[in-house]
Design a protein around this ligand. Sequence first.
Ligand code: PBG
Length: 328
Amino acid sequence: MYYPVTRLRRLRSHPTVRNMVNETIVSLDNLVMPLFACPGEDVKNPISSMPGNYQMSVDVLAEECKTLYDLGIKSVLLFGIPEEKDEHGLVGAHEHAIIPRAIKAIKEKVKEMYIIADICNCEYTTHGHCGTIVDGDVDNDLTLVTLSKQAVAFAKAGVDMVAPSDMMDGRVGHMRNALDENGFNNLPIMAYSAKYASAFYGPFREAAESAPQFGDRKTYQMNPANSDEAMREIELDIEEGADIVMVKPALSYLDIIRRTKDTFNIPVAAYNVSGEFSMVKAAAEKGWIDEERITQEILKSIRRAGADIILTYHAKEVAIWLKGVKTF
Ligand code: PBG
């Protein structure tokens, strides 16, 4: 039937009917807030390129988690800034490293908080690359060992989920084995499976002090031009035991999120990364856009593309905007 019998505006004529036929809902249950743990006590350093985000010492971080939990944000993703760095990133992978300390402090303050820890070496290496350097490039197989060490150390500290973001080949299987051998066979792995070598990570590298000191990450992160390769990465991670697969960044990669959702029967996460957040903040500060509406539209588009979980620096503000309402 065509116009004039069919008129699609009929179902847009009243807010109630618009809500009845609304196809996509974002719930606070879908959102994860990334946080940055740093050394010291009572430290709350603003991250200039990411307004409203801070490097926090573990005492402040634990307080922040209480606030987030009370607002309805039930999960956080942790990144660590260590006192000192080393060549292999091993400073991040022991019992008293920054992330294990942060995990314990959070669990003590708000034990229900679901803690996900990013697993990577770039915050912990002197050169800022995601693994051990041999002949000017990251050595895949040596890096697997440090990554798995990190995962086991975080598991021992009480983390609820690990999220490897390094893009080494075979890291999910290696980590799954290491976790299982240490009795953590119930700990889920959320793999950053289709992670692109993206300029959208710029502000994060200030936040995590993890910019590479030479070269770039193109020998391990994916070429933004590729979609078939993303399917291959995801397929391999699933075979190696990933429980959730992630696409990162989100906004320039909505097609990859949709293709992943249509191709695989597995929960999909999307990372609404730092550059995507900072662009919204900058335009909002200039008064050029309505931050709240834009953010809700962005998160809805990521969900509509097929993401079950969204990692976003806007999580806290969304919870404040919603004031106790869980969905929009
Ligand atoms: C670590 C890591 C990065 C991000 C998440 N984990 C940075 C990178 O790969 O350079 C980026 C997150 C963001 O930009 O918000 N490898």
